[in-house]
Ligand binder design. Structure first.
Ligand code: AP5
Length: 225
């Protein structure tokens, strides 16, 4: 651990459950939750260059350029709510982003403590993404079969309107998976070589996967003191 702060990366393919689990674990461990996809989607209502660029790449299922993404994350982690530690969800997504994060944390005498890699089969990923609905207000994800909201079309947590993401179409999902395998999957080895990788089976109910993640993290932190 980096002094009193904890920095955890959630890694996995699109639809693996990073957002679902990162929100729960951040709440349980009292950490800030930084989801780059949510930050880009949140920026869409603003008339800025970042919003335009993010929209352009997200609609194609490609990564938003590193300069934009890295700068956005580094600004976000300097906010006061991140002092106790952070769960990164969807960042880093390639080697350049991983190195930039390492460098930024090292500059403050901190480090990425653990990387939770949520492993899910491709067949399951496709089922999860095609049935996903998201709250427009608080970003909570639902699934029309696996975790439906109590009231159709409304978020259980805040009552916000649920919508389907524009990049959850069959074609864009295929592209996102391709980008994941060509650019992001190499981070599994990057973090394994540094002794940080914690592989967690991502199939099973949301509660089962969540308990596996929390237990593995607690064991790891107990081991490393
Ligand atoms: P982003 O928003 O990060 O999307 P992603 O990585 O493709 O991941 P998803 O949000 O699709 O899936 P998830 O793993 O969070 O799964 P979820 O919990 O929702 O990125 C979108 C785009 O933004 C990128 O394509 C890129 O353009 C850009 N971007 C983002 N970060 C970037 C970066 N660092 N650099 C450059 N560009 C970047 O779960 C999925 C569904 O499954 C939900 O319906 C959920 O209810 C359900 N579910 C979850 N767990 C379970 C379970 N155990 N059992 C059954 N159903 C489950």
């Amino acid at each position: 651990m980096s002094g009193d702060s904890v920095y955890i990366v959630f890694l996995g393919a699109p639809g693996a459950g990073k957002g679902t689990q990162a929100a729960r674990v951040a709440e349980e461990l009292n950490l800030a939750h930084i989801a780059t996809g949510d930050l880009f989607r949140g920026a869409q209502s603003l008339d800025t260059e970042l919003a335009r660029q993010a929209k352009y790449y997200m609609e194609k299922g490609e990564l938003v350029p590193d300069e934009i993404t890295i700068q956005m994350v580094l600004e976000r982690i300097s906010a006061p709510d991140c002092e106790g530690g952070v769960i990164f969800d969807g960042f880093p997504r390639n080697l350049k982003q991983a190195e930039a994060l390492d460098e930024a944390l090292e500059g403050q005498g901190k480090t990425v403590d653990k990387v939770v890699y949520i492993k899910v089969s491709e067949e399951e990923l496709l089922k999860r993404l095609s049935g996903r609905w998201i709250c427009r207000n608080c970003q909570t994800p639902y699934h029309e079969v696996n975790s439906p909201p109590e009231v159709r079309g409304r978020c259980d947590r805040c009552g916000g309107e649920l919508y389907q993401r524009a990049d959850d179409t069959v074609e864009t999902v295929k592209k996102r998976l391709q980008v994941y395998f060509s650019e992001t999957a190499s981070l599994i080895e990057y973090y394994a070589l540094r002794g940080k990788l914690l592989e967690v089976e991502g199939e099973g109910s949301v509660d089962e996967v969540g308990s596996r993640i929390v237990e593995s993290l607690k064991e790891e932190f107990a081991r490393s003191g």
